[in-house]
Structure formats: C-alpha cells, structure tokens
Design a protein around this ligand. Structure first.
Ligand code: ATP
Ligand code: MG
Length: 430
C-alpha cells in the first residue's frame, strides 16, 4: 500500500525558493537600517514560561485568551510558543542586566505563533522583526522610532502606506476613559457580541479593537479617548506631532487606534497598507512604560515596534522591488564522467582565486547537450567546456551564452583573467 504524502500543519507555511529574494531583501533592509540607528541584535528563545505572556500581554486579550500555543512539557511546566517578541525581549534584558545603567536599543527577528484562523496575511506561524528602545521617556525616541520605521518601509519600495498615530495616555487617564466606555457600551449591550459582552467590564478598550462589522457603528459612536487624556500625555503627544511635522513625516491621528496588547500606554502607531484588505497593518508599535516593572524590574520607559514580514514580503513582491537572485557567472560542462574529479578540483581552485565567483558544476552529469541546456537555463554568462581534447591540452573552451561572441579555447591559467573581465563588464551594465 502506498501511503499518502504528509502535509504541513495548517497555518505553518514554507518559504519557497522563488520567494527567497524578497525575504532576504526585507530582512537585510531591516538589519541595515536598524544598525544605522544603533540597534543591536538579540536572539531570543521561541519558548518562554506561559506566565510571562499572561502577565505581560494581559489575561483578557485575544492573544492570551485564545491564540497561544501552550503546552505542558515533560517536567509538568506550562510553556508557550512566543506569540510576540516584546515580552521575551524585556525578560532577557532584565534577567541579563542589560538595563543596568544603560539605555539599550535592541532588535530581533524570527517566528511567532498564534492560533488564529489562517487566511491571506494571517498565519499560525508568522515572522516579525521587532525593535525595542529602553530608558528614554521623551517624545524624541517615539519620533525617531517612527521615522526609522518609515525609512525602512521606503527602502523596501512599498507604496501607499499610511501612518496612524494616537496616545493612550497614562493608566489613570485610561481608567477614567474605561468608565465612560463601559457606560456607553452598556447602553448598547444588545449589539455587543459574546467577546465584547465578556470584556465589557474586564477590558472595555479591547471592545474598540473588535473587527466585527456588526459592532462598527456602536464603536464609532463611543466616547473619544482624546477627551480623557491627562495633560502630560497631551504635551508628550503634541511634541511628537511637532517632531514628525518638523521631519516632514505625514501621519493621521486616529483616536480609535488602541492596539491589541495591554502593556501599551502613551504613544501608539501603525503603518497600514491600502493593498492588503483587512490584514493591512504591516508594522505596529508603541510605548510600554509599565511593562518592565510588571515583569519584575525597576520602572523603565520603553517603546518598540513589530513588523509582520509575510505582509511586507507580499507587498515587496507586488511592487517587484527586491533585487533578483544573481545568475551564475559560469557553468562547467564536461564531456564524460571520467573528468568529474579534476573538474571539481578546478572549480575549487577558481573559487579560491575569485571570491566573488558564482560557479555551477554539472552535478548529475548527463550529455553535453543537456548540460549546456541547464547552463543556459541557469542564466550563466558563459559555459566552460572540458572535453577530452581540452583535458589533454590543459585548456578549456569558453562558450558565451549571453553575448554574441565566438567560442574560444584558452589555457586554464587564463580563466581567472577572462572571468574577471566578464564580471567587470557585467557589473558595468547596471
Ligand atoms: P492584527 O490587528 O492584524 O491582528 P495585531 O494587533 O494582532 O494585528 P501585533 O501583535 O501588533 O498584531 O503584531 C504586529 C504585526 O505582526 C501586525 O501588524 C502584522 O503585520 C503581523 N501579524 C500579527 N499577527 C499575524 C499573523 N497571525 N499572521 C501574519 N502576520 C501577523
Ligand atoms: Mg491579532
């Protein structure tokens, strides 16, 4: 009996070779720009204690209530595949003493896990790049982080993104706002869905974040957080707006922007694409001045963002803005298998001598005709042909696959010079 092939787990995708260049472009762009602003890379574990997330993200949030991959390991400990990176980053920064008399700026990249309904732009394993800046209380770091995120998105060549910003105020301001919200939603309790009913008293701000279209109008009519902001938050937010104006960064103030995690307070922002439908947010962040203390450290102001790479890769592919993978400079072709061994050695010598050389061997052999066909398809500029004659005479035949030039037979020692000239010519064409 032939068994059926095993499939992937739903929502856990593969990145295929055709998507490789766009992924590399996105990741390299984040790394380059983050380093220019002084962010240092940290690599964090994928598994943390469940308690870290329930404490940091909040018990009454989508993530903690229904999206976490939580399991009991063989020791009986409750562990969770990270649904986001900030909590683990704060945990590591505290535990390793990085916050001691320092204002670190950290970034990381990797897979996150949420048990959501898979659809375009929403997966169960997805990837984020996150950046976190600790110890700076003022609006200057908010502005710089937003400008940095804008610079990255521009460098990626993705267009039609809008920046939305808001201030969630202090905890005291949100407390007053909560009461007004509860009153408003109670007056419309028949239109609230089950989630909203349940959260009405425990976490009414979450109701604003609902994506249920049936609740859109009651959310629209809700009181405005801006009317409850404390003076300090107002001043902070106004300075942020002034700094963005001064730097020529356009934005829209969206007083309904609340973010889905409890640790946010003060400045929040999102970059939203018009081209991705409901899954339009590609990069989102904000201040979380209370989180370090919640995880057991001293009060430490902090702000960060996380970008969803699948959504950005989709936009990069649509905009065709990633450089394509380079074609090989040369492909070797041999007339029979007895030449394999010293052709392999020749290829290694060429790679030693020309560190930039992208050289393809005829692995798997076949007739010269099929090797040449493969060389052609690979996009290689030249085929380097070794037949019995060439092998005996220590020469090699250079067949130009892209240029209208005669095939020539040269001494093997001449090859580095010829390949270098070819390379100089090709880079000159860009
Ligand atoms: P959304 O409102 O789209 O559910 P969120 O508020 O849950 O987003 P964050 O926790 O702020 O998202 O994560 C930051 C970014 O990570 C999102 O803006 C998005 O680009 C990406 N992201 C979040 N969840 C997923 C997912 N399940 N699949 C793919 N990307 C995701
Ligand atoms: Mg979500």
């Amino acid at each position: 009996m032939v068994s059926s092939p095993i499939q992937n787990v739903r929502g856990f995708g593969d990145v295929l070779p055709s998507e490789g260049p766009a992924w590399a472009f996105v990741e390299q762009t984040f790394r380059r720009e983050l380093e220019r602003y002084g962010y240092a890379e940290v690599r964090l574990p994928i598994v943390e204690k469940t308690e870290l997330f329930s404490r940091a993200i909040g018990e009454v949030t989508d993530i903690v209530e229904k999206e976490m991959y939580t399991f009991i390991d063989r020791n009986g400990d409750s562990l969770t595949l990270r649904p986001e990176g900030t909590a683990g980053c704060v945990r590591a920064a505290l535990q390793r003493g990085l916050l001691h008399n320092a204002q670190p700026r950290l970034w990381y990249s990797g897979p996150m896990f949420r048990h959501e309904r898979p659809q375009k732009g929403r997966y169960r394993q997805f990837h984020q790049v996150g950046a976190e800046a600790f110890g700076v209380p003022g609006p200057d770091i908010d502005a710089e982080l937003i400008l940095l995120s804008g610079r990255i998105l521009r460098a990626l060549g993705v267009r039609d993104l809008r920046l939305e910003i808001n201030s969630l105020g202090t905890q005291a301001a949100r407390q007053r706002y909560r009461e007004a919200l509860i009153e408003h939603f109670q007056a419309h309790s028949s239109t609230l869905d089950d989630d909203a009913q349940r959260r009405l008293h425990s976490n009414p701000l979450r109701v604003l974040d609902s994506k249920n279209p049936a609740m859109a109008s009651v959310i629209e009519a809700a009181p405005d957080l801006a009317d409850y902001l404390d003076e300090e938050s107002q001043t902070h937010f106004q300075s942020l707006c002034d700094m963005l104006d001064g730097a020529g960064q356009s934005y829209r103030v969206n007083t309904r922007l609340v973010r889905g995690l409890d640790y946010y307070g003060g400045t929040v922002f999102e970059w939203i694409s018009a081209d991705l439908g409901a899954q339009g947010t590609v990069l989102a962040g904000g201040r979380y001045d209370v989180l370090v203390e919640m995880i057991g450290g001293r009060p430490t102001p902090a702000i960060g963002f996380a970008a969803g790479l699948e959504r950005l890769v989709a936009l990069v592919e649509a905009a065709n803005s990633a450089p394509s993978a380079p074609a090989p400079d040369a492909a070797l072709v041999i007339s029979d298998d007895s030449l394999q061994s010293d052709t392999l050695a020749l290829a290694e010598r060429l790679r030693d001598e020309l560190p930039w050389l992208h050289l393809q061997m005829p692995l798997g052999g076949g007739s010269m005709k099929s090797q040449l066909r493969r060389a052609n398809r690979s996009g290689a500029a030249v085929a380097l042909i070794r037949g019995a004659e060439e092998a005996a005479a220590e020469t090699i035949s250079v067949k130009y696959l892209r240029d209208d030039l005669e095939q020539e037979t040269v001494a093997i020692g001449e090859l580095p010079k010829i390949l270098s000239a070819l390379q100089a010519n090709r880079t000159g064409q860009y």
